[in-house]
Design a protein around this ligand. Structure first.
Ligand SMILES: Nc1ncnc2c1ncn2[C@@H]1O[C@H](COP(=O)(O)OP(=O)(O)OP(=O)(O)O)[C@@H](O)[C@H]1O
Ligand SMILES: [Mg+2]
Length: 255
């Protein structure tokens, strides 16, 4: 099996990117796929769920900025032997300034991933809420794009910019990047608003919308505060079931 590199991106903030990266990677690991989670968000929330970045000399920042750091040096094992992590610290916020003007600034991650030689079935990348150098690094290195969209008003605002970036990346640096799907998040089936927006998203993106929707849930909201994925925090919750189903859909669509 070739490594699939799943980029979770939307420059809109708070739409569930990090929650999705955390729980999709945990679900893939639970399904016995060897998985690497790469945290490209300086907030480092995805990292903290599985590892302690303070124990690590080389994080994603050093990997991107220092040519001599190898990807092996940046990988941290989690408690789950199917899941490894490349963590982010707040230092990552300086990466843009360090990389700008370097002729290969958008290719740093892609080049380093070559060093893995197909060791993982899946790589899942969490990105920050911008379309800057970090997100472009992810989209250049990726094979598949997943776009979480919140089921609320104005949720589609800004998706035009994201799709434009996607088109430009496909034109030149990465023609192989596949638009895997839009994931509806923070869905509340009791509200008319959620239902209307869901319909609007399905009308616009048709078969590019995942069948699985992620409901608004207190368990999902609470789990990061306990540094846990939903699968250890509340394994029988709706959120766990939904992310488990999403992982199956991702596997099916990637094939
Ligand atoms: N399905 C859900 N139900 C309830 N709360 C959720 C759900 N998904 C995410 N949240 C909460 O919503 C907030 C934003 O989610 P998250 O951090 O995953 O979004 P993000 O897109 O990564 O944000 P940012 O753009 O800041 O990186 C968090 O407090 C998170 O715990
Ligand atoms: Mg985030």
């Amino acid at each position: 099996m070739r490594t699939s590199v799943i980029v979770v991106a939307n420059q809109k903030g708070g739409v569930g990117k990090t929650t999705t990266a955390i729980n999709l990677s945990a679900a893939l690991a639970q399904r016995s796929y060897k998985t690497l989670l790469i945290d490209l968000d300086p907030q480092g929330n995805a990292s903290l769920t599985f590892v302690d970045p303070r124990e690590q000399t080389h994080t994603i920042y050093e990997l991107l900025v220092d040519r001599d750091v190898t990807i092996q040096q940046a990988i941290q094992a989690s408690e789950n032997d199917k899941l490894d992590v490349i963590a982010a610290r707040i230092s990552l916020a300086n990466a843009d300034a360090k990389l700008i003007g370097e002729f290969d600034s958008y290719y740093r991650l892609k080049d380093k991933l070559e060093g893995l030689n197909g060791r993982y079935d899946f790589i899942v990348i969490d990105t920050p809420p911008t379309l800057g150098i970090l997100t472009v690094n992810a989209m250049v290195a990726g094979t598949h794009l997943v776009v979480p969209v919140q089921a609320s008003y104005f949720s589609l605002e800004g998706t035009a910019d994201l799709l434009d970036t996607y088109d430009r990346i496909r034109n030149r640096p990465n023609p192989n990047l596949v638009f895997l799907g839009v994931l509806i998040t923070l869905h509340d089936k009791r509200t008319i608003l959620s239902r209307e927006v869901t319909q609007e998203i399905r009308d616009k993106f048709t078969d590019k919308v995942f069948d699985t929707m992620i409901s608004k849930s207190v368990r999902l909201e609470e789990s990061p505060a306990h540094n846990q994925s939903i699968f250890t925090f509340a394994p029988r919750s709706t959120g766990a079931l939904e992310y488990y189903k999403l992982a199956q859909e991702v596997v099916d669509r990637v094939r």
